[in-house]
Design a protein around this ligand. Structure first.
Ligand code: 13P
Length: 122
């Protein structure tokens, strides 16, 4: 199963914590991780195998939206920062819309992501 991880700058510490807490899930053989550029670096620092795409503002969200649209990415864990403006807001909206169009699981905050990830624990 392909899972995308994304975190805005104000949420990167929470993403680091979330990933490190759930390494047992993210290292399962059937899980393939993709990420926007800087978020992917965090995953790499934790020893995870991850395909890093472009950074969000440069098109990373759009690339992940395309993978959702094509049916590759089935789950998106996207820790959004609602307290700051993002120049690529249209891309962010497009990604969330594509998740709904294609019924991909979408967690936009750690509380939801924790519950989602429980479903992958064996
Ligand atoms: O901007 C982002 C999501 O909209 C995240 O991009 P980075 O992971 O490259 O910081």
């Amino acid at each position: 199963m392909e899972i995308a991880i994304i975190a805005h700058d104000g949420k990167k510490d929470e993403m680091r914590f979330f990933l490190s807490k759930n390494l047992d899930v993210f290292t399962q053989e059937h899980i393939r991780l993709i990420a926007t550029g800087t978020t992917g670096k965090i995953a790499e620092e934790l020893g995870l195998n991850v395909q890093r795409l472009l950074s969000g503002p440069l098109g990373g969200d759009a690339q992940i939206a395309a993978r959702v649209a094509e049916g590759f990415t089935k789950m998106v864990i996207f820790f959004r920062d609602p307290l700051n403006a993002h120049p690529h807001e249209p891309d962010i909206m497009m990604l969330m819309r594509q998740c709904d169009v294609h019924n991909a699981a979408l967690a936009s905050n750690p509380a939801t992501a924790e519950i989602l990830i429980q479903g992958l624990r064996i």
